[in-house]
Design a protein around this ligand. Structure first.
Ligand code: SAH
Length: 349
């Protein structure tokens, strides 16, 4: 039972069911909640006077008690490839980043799930921030609304959403999944679940939890290494959740017909980019319906890794393909404005 929100409560982040409960708690018919949901997420209204399908009494009550608030765009950095990195200000003054990447006929939105990150991966710039806090479901769904508004993206545009910004979504799984259910709801943003991807550094117990979700988005796993020792050196979380246990969870993960589990492999020059690494990655993934996204390292002043030369990247890809593992080279977008994979660290804000 939802009680009437306290004065000023933000409705962004409430699901259709929660808004229906809210309507009932306000003495309204249940379907009014669905109208509210459509207004917030499908029509993307921000003022209650535009909810002309609601009765005047309910509108007045909502206008007095509630808000429809998005994270506020504090700065934007436009890459020459068209990607835009947004610095978004939250209600407590903390800032996060989200990225819009236009493609032919569709937009990909890269969202943050936490303010900063606790995982301390050695090649990632977000790690340098440490973790401040989890985002709420409203702050996650609100990033989508804020970017759609900033980019003036029309209502029926085709969208992809990836949780590949700041933070580890599987360490904030309840809020991330609440936001996913809101995004996927056909009455609202209506983003198909197959177009929403959670990316994890490998929080093994949460992978099993996600496997049991009735509404499951796609999953990507950041592998980034080919041996336990190498992975522990690059990703300290491998001590707690070793590669062997991670791969066991991946083997048990249910996939839809034709779906593949995505693995990301950041290529660090001279560290995890050899033919032997590629052979081992292929062997590790044996028996998993997998594909690999190879991400040449995106650099920045604070860290001293480097990307491999293109010939090495191609050789790595070839070695995986020969083993029957589809591998794709992902040249990250927005590198010139620190919008690329692993670069989100509030630079310049
Ligand atoms: N914590 C989650 C979500 C972040 S996704 C996860 O780790 O999956 C960010 C992706 O960018 C991860 O696949 C990560 O391995 C990759 N990445 C991190 N730093 C990078 C860098 N400097 N260059 C290229 N990719 C990087």
């Amino acid at each position: 039972m939802v009680t009437l929100p306290t004065a000023g409560a933000n409705l962004v982040g409430l699901s259709r069911e929660e808004l229906e409960q809210l309507a009932v708690a306000c003495g309204q018919a249940r379907y009014r909640g669905r109208q509210l949901f459509r207004g917030i997420y499908a029509r993307r209204e921000q003022v209650f006077s535009n909810f002309t399908d609601l009765n005047g009494e309910f509108r007045t009550l909502l206008a007095r008690e509630c808000r429809i608030g998005y994270p506020e765009v504090q700065r934007e950095f436009v890459s020459r490839d068209g990607a835009v990195r947004y610095v978004l200000r939250l209600e407590d003054g903390k800032t996060i980043e989200a990225v819009h990447m236009p493609e032919r006929g569709r937009s990909t939105l890269c969202l943050s799930s936490q303010v900063g990150c606790a995982l301390d991966c050695k090649f990632c710039f977000t790690a340098l921030l440490g973790l401040a806090r989890n985002l709420t479901a409203g702050e996650i769904a609100g990033q989508v609304l804020a970017l759609l508004q900033a980019q003036r993206i029309p209502r029926r545009a085709r969208l992809n959403v990836v949780f590949m910004g700041m933070g580890e979504p599987l360490l904030n799984l309840a809020a991330a999944m609440h936001a996913v259910r809101i995004m996927a709801d056909a009455d609202g943003l209506a983003i198909p679940l197959q177009r929403i991807t959670l990316s994890t550094a490998g929080i093994v117990p949460r992978i099993y939890d996600l496997a049991n979700e009735p509404m499951r988005p796609k999953l990507a796993v950041s592998l980034n290494a080919s041996t336990e020792e190498q992975r522990t050196a690059l990703m300290p979380l491998n001590r707690k959740y070793p590669l062997c246990e991670l791969l066991q969870a991946c083997r048990a993960y249910p996939l839809r017909p034709r779906e593949r589990l995505t693995f990301e492999h950041v290529l660090l020059k001279g560290i995890n980019d050899s033919d032997a690494d590629a052979e081992r990655v292929g062997a590790l993934l044996h028996g998993i319906r997998a594909k690999v996204n190879l991400i040449p390292y995106n650099s920045g002043q604070e860290l001293s890794y480097g990307p491999p030369p293109l010939a090495r990247v191609l050789a790595f890809q070839g070695a995986l393909t020969r083993q029957g593992v589809p591998a794709f080279i992902r040249i990250s977008r927005g590198q010139d404005v620190r919008a690329a994979c692993g670069q989100l660290s509030l630079a310049g804000s």
